[in-house]
Ligand binder design. Structure first.
Ligand code: TRP
Length: 340
């Protein structure tokens, strides 16, 4: 890709928190779309480590996990030569713009964020940090720093993207066209906007699920994948059909469709009358086949820290160059003294 090209392409920004393991839900809900869109957009893919510390992390494990995520992004098919892949903490402008945007965001707006309400509730008794409250503003800063046009995320992030839009519009009304107002991109339900827990199909597959059988990590072994899918919650109907009253089976169909590229209706037809046993066995093999090449590539990349660091170094420089321009523009707009 030459420079000329890069300028004319619209910008895509997305990120995943390096907390827990990267799982099939995150792959299907986000990364799969990143891969599809990476040629049409100038892409910034971030490992959003500043977001992760809104919940306590073990420093050593956290640092290693950031490398895991980097190697997995690449193993999944994000090309570091064509896209900017970087750690959020390597680009100071993210924290700096957050402060500015904090001054243009209402307490009430943040209090209404459902992710905050859920996470705060889960912390039962423990102090809820200001960082957790402010999380969506940091996310808005991520997006707005890069003149982002498109933000591909899972359905649960819609409210955060809408907040980023509101903040951008509010700022632009005061100071002129500073920010690009982003669109979110949420895959259709069938394509896997929301992959649910295998154990509790009413709640989403989550890195922080205490029940490890609910989540399939991209790095799970074939035996573990088979075991988890065998235990996946279904219903007593023994009918492979996508329906709101059958959340467990519908979720498995969604996963099946996503890892094979088949239509859900084709899968329903294929498994008509066959019961859940065969369906689950075949799904397990499909998932094993799907993750095998990702794991192979991951293990090749993961041990070469020097190479991974070089990728992060280059990504940090590219992201900083872009983000710094926007930050300067914002500083000028609000009236800070500009040193030339
Ligand atoms: N909050 C997002 C999530 O939990 C992660 C995220 C942080 C993000 N900053 C972002 C996603 C910017 C898209 C754009 O999934």
């Amino acid at each position: 890709m030459n420079k000329e090209n890069m300028k004319t392409k619209p910008v895509l920004f997305s990120g995943i928190q390096p907390s827990g393991l990267l799982h099939l839900g995150a792959y299907i809900g986000a990364i799969k779309n990143w891969i599809k869109l990476q040629n049409e957009y100038e892409c910034f893919f971030s490992i959003v480590d500043l977001h992760s510390i809104t919940v306590r992390q073990d420093p050593k494990a956290f640092r290693e996990r950031c490398y895991d995520f980097l190697a997995l992004y690449i193993a999944c098919g994000i090309d570091p030569a064509e896209n900017v892949i970087f750690c959020q903490s390597h680009v100071p402008a993210h924290a700096e713009l957050t402060w500015i945007l904090n001054c243009y965001t209402g307490m009430g707006e943040l209090s209404r964020m459902t992710q905050f309400k859920d996470k705060a509730k889960k912390q039962e008794g423990a102090t809820v940090s200001v960082g957790l409250f402010d999380y969506p503003v940091l996310q808005a800063a991520d997006i707005l720093l890069y003149r982002t046009n498109l933000v591909p995320v899972g359905a649960d992030q819609k409210q955060h993207i809408e907040l980023a839009r509101d903040i951008a519009l509010r700022f632009n009304r005061l100071y002129g066209e500073i920010f690009t107002v982003p669109d979110h991109f949420i895959p259709k339900a069938e394509a896997g906007a929301r992959i649910m827990s295998l154990q509790d199909p009413e709640s989403k597959m989550s890195k922080s699920d205490p029940n490890e059988h609910g989540t399939i990590s991209l790095l799970d072994s074939p035996e573990v994948i088979r075991k988890k899918l065998k235990r996946a919650v279904t219903d007593s109907e023994a009918e492979v059909r996508f329906h709101a009253t059958k959340p467990g089976v519908s979720n498995l169909l969604t996963i099946y469709a996503a890892v094979t590229g088949k239509d859900i209706s084709a899968l329903e037809a294929e498994y008509q009358g066959s019961g859940y046993g065969k369906f689950k066995d075949d799904l397990a093999e499909a998932v094993v086949t799907f993750v095998a090449p990702i794991q192979e590539r991951y293990f090749e990349l993961r041990h070469d820290k020097a190479a991974l660091n070089a990728i992060l170094q280059k990504g940090a420089e590219q992201a900083r160059a872009r983000a710094e321009q926007m930050l300067q523009k914002v500083y000028e707009a609000v009236g800070f003294v500009v040193l030339k």
